[in-house]
Ligand binder design. Sequence first.
Ligand code: F6P
Length: 480
Amino acid sequence: MDLVIVANRLPVEFTADGQMVVSPGGLVSAVRSVAAVGTHWVGWGGEHAPRGTKSRVVDNLVLHPVDLAASEVAGFYKGFANSLLWPLFHGRVRHVELRRSWWRSYRQVNERFAAEVARVAPLGGTVWVHDYHLLLAPAAIRARRPDLRIGLFLHIPFPNAQLMATLPWRREVLEGMLGADLIGFQADDDVANFAASTERLLRNPLRGHWTTRRGHPVHVDAFPISIDVGHWDDLGNAAADRALALREQLGATALFFGVDRLDYTKGITQRLRAFGELLDQGRLDPRTTSFVQVAPPSRGDVPGYGEEKEEVEAMIASINDMHRRDDGSGPVLYIDENCDEAQLAAWYRAADAVVVTPLADGMNLVAKEFVATRSDNNGVLILSEFAGAANELDGALLVNPYDLDAMKSAFLAAVEMPSDERARRMSTMRTAIRDNDVHRWARRFLTRLDTVSRVRSVDTRRRGAPLAMPDQSTAVGERQ
Ligand code: F6P
């Protein structure tokens, strides 16, 4: 297999007591499900990974660990990636911190990943770099191994040109990305933002889907990521009985459900505020209505995450105190740890409405997982218009999570929606996700990468101007 996946995390990581477990996050579950036997994967084994571990085969993948020193975890991962790029790329929903030492660490770690890729990638192989942790890696890999086809996929949004311009290392970051043959984003808005940034900051316009940097043609397009629809459909069917039992346990006639990494971009407090006000106003009955929120803690000591956890917990405590039932339970059930997939499918299947209200989100796979589990064509999706998933799931009740009244109306509309309308909306969404599951996503990206790299070789041989290349939205010879 000549494919090398490059991502910050390996698909497995080590816990403090030395156990090997599946790494957290949507990236790992999506990319893992499309990695064929023998695929190489270059990444970090987490904060508890033993240092100096050699490459090894785990679950049919060849894993190549990249060690990070504690100072690099602080500078590269917690600092540059998660205290600067994360809030900046999500439209600054939180204060952006900026330290020059983080940049040095980011550059150093990106070089280390590139060196490992250069060491392990087969001659003429395909390298697929993922996400905002590794934006410098494409150019760094190309400098070492010009024989490789290089794709980059950004799982989170790309900021507008004004925000991007505030980054002191904006040119280096854009140049790093442009080392790829193909750059994939979640949505057309991200492509447009990237195009505006390269034009404004590098004087490097995009013509259609193509641009060129240092004589090297680069193709740019949206590739909305998805989930393994068949797998979640099976989980949903298997969870039907467990779902009924959950509803009975809660005594709920109306059940709202949310599941998110505990992150300030996810709009958890916004949805709780809407729910709390509806109870306060007597528009939802606390005796028969429940909100279950699963929110495993994430990114421990990165600024903003501790505060978010405190705020979520305080809000839940206050709603429950205010509306405590006779049996002592409150209307909000908070689960602050990971659920396994089977348990998650049972919650999706039990819910009247799943509430997905990020303030900004590249895609949001929870929305798609929920839809995939509902072969009963029941359940309502309340979805933020700022999640990439909103571009595909127009059967959802779309909301602006900053608009409290609109959120409250959506909650009420969900519980009052007639069953035929629920079924119609759900069935539209199920068709949409069936048409673009994670396998198709990966195939589309890798086929396009193959096609555009061929265009590059022909172009290089001819020494022709890359901008004269075809301006097609679907690349030459590619079937959608
Ligand atoms: O997409 C954002 C992302 O960083 C992914 O890389 C990953 O799936 C998830 O968030 C988990 O975050 P972390 O790796 O910081 O725990």
